[in-house]
Design a binder for this molecule. Structure first.
Ligand SMILES: Cc1ncc(COP(=O)(O)O)c(C=O)c1O
Length: 401
């Protein structure tokens, strides 16, 4: 059955909780870095389901792995051993930072954060936590307490975790000022803030956090849900600043489109959790593990991260030269293929025009166009996206200024 865009929109608006800011498009299929709507119109996909489709759409390794796992068995609860889970874990710990060889498997980024929260609170027996202004760690109640935006928190203020304090992102002094640091269990930080608008830290920031943590017996939790898995040109974004976290969270692309979240920690930290203290019916199911193994194999064997470095710097140059010249562009920034164009105006009309011209992309806040293309992006696709963006900005300048 082929529904029209209006029929699809009607059904979703009637029956789906109204919590998503909708875009005026219904996507039906995807191949590589392109997606297609119900009318067959093509878009370059810089949205990738919010950074999930890191290998684009229809990546053969993922399809083969999921298909053969489905034919074999889709469901094996984590209370029973599974070959596919074991193989995924073996591959996972071959690419996680030094000593972070114990994993808790869940179904989303927020769940990966929830597990990290329990680990650090129980391991340190301390109650206070530092998170950053502008931070986004998800919207389940534990994760929400670490997420900065007032808009997301205000209706639930009574039921979120009260031990969290926010320090200005990028400012080391703000972490230390006025605090008895020996009372804090953990510092949670995104190495590059994603939802916050693709904010890169000052050069010495993560090293400084690592030192503060070390000195005070605080655990450093690095949230790589958006920035990890090659997105910035290294497997983990924090590697650009040569630090090793105590706990790390992974999500989005790790399940190749199957829901998956992962929390990794040093074994002595993860092992403070006892039987029954944290479980999930679907966490670690072999279907997600099969997809996850295929994703990690691709990242380590198919020259994906090399492509991010090459096409990432090509794209940043192109955006700076072509798009950055627009009168309404304030800044072009990013690392690898985690990019943003900050406007001097609200993004909405430019974003919708870009969609009309065939580029689907993301946003942050009120003025930032955010771009999380597939890591397999080609230079041609990148150039096309930049030119669509340029056209959309031209349209705005001509019609609105
Ligand atoms: C850095 C970071 N952490 C956590 C999350 C939450 O992930 P999820 O939406 O899968 O719960 C996100 C989602 O965008 C994120 O960017």
């Amino acid at each position: 059955m082929n529904l029209t865009f209006e029929e699809i929109r009607g059904l979703e608006e009637k029956h789906l909780a109204p919590t998503y800011q909708k875009m005026p498009v219904a996507i039906k299929s995807g191949r590589g870095c392109k997606v297609y709507d119900v009318n067959g119109k093509e878009y370059i996909d810089f949205m990738t389901g919010y950074g999930v489709a890191i290998l684009g759409h229809g990546y053969p390794r993922i399809i083969d792995s999921i298909k053969s796992q489905l034919e074999n068995i889709a469901v094996v609860h984590s209370s029973v051993y599974s070959e596919q889970r074991a193989l995924f874990l073996k591959k996972l710990v071959s690419i996680t930072p030094k000593n972070l060889s114990a994993a808790y498997l869940s179904n989303s980024g927020a769940e990966a954060i929830e597990a990290a929260l329990k680990v650090v609170l129980k391991a340190t027996k301390r109650k206070k936590i530092i998170a950053m202004t502008g931070a986004y760690h998800g919207k389940t109640l534990g994760a929400l307490s670490l997420t900065f935006s007032e808009k997301y928190r205000k209706a639930f203020d009574d039921i979120i975790y009260k031990g969290v304090e926010f320090a200005e992102y990028g400012n080391l002094e703000a972490v230390e000022r006025g605090r008895r640091l020996e009372e804090y269990a953990a510092i949670f930080v995104e190495p590059i803030q994603g939802e916050g608008g693709i904010r890169l830290p000052p050069e010495d920031y993560l090293k400084g956090l690592r030192e503060i943590a070390e000195k005070n017996g605080i655990l450093l939790v690095v949230d790589e849900v958006q920035s990890g898995l090659g997105r910035t040109g290294k497997m983990w974004a924090h590697e650009h600043w040569n630090i090793v976290p105590d706990v790390m969270t992974i999500g989005k692309g790790i399940g190749g489109g199957i829901p998956m979240g992962v929390t990794v920690a040093r074994p002595e930290l993860m092992n403070v959790l006892e039987v029954g203290e944290h479980t999930s019916t679907m966490g670690g199911n072999p279907l997600a593990c099969a997809a996850g193994k295929a994703v990690l194999d691709a990242l380590t064997e198919d020259h994906i991260i090399e492509n991010v470095r090459e096409v990432g710097s090509y794209t940043m140059k192109l955006l700076s030269e072509e798009v950055g010249r627009s009168r309404i562009v304030k800044e072009v920034r990013g690392k690898g293929l985690m990019m943003a164009v900050e406007l001097r105006v609200r993004f909405l009309e430019v974003l919708f025009k870009a969609i009309e011209f065939g580029l689907l992309t993301l946003y942050s806040g009120k003025t930032v166009l955010r771009m999380l293309p597939p890591l397999i992006l080609s230079k041609e696709e990148s150039a096309k996206a930049a030119s669509i963006l340029r056209e959309s900005l031209n349209w705005y300048e001509k019609s609105k200024i």
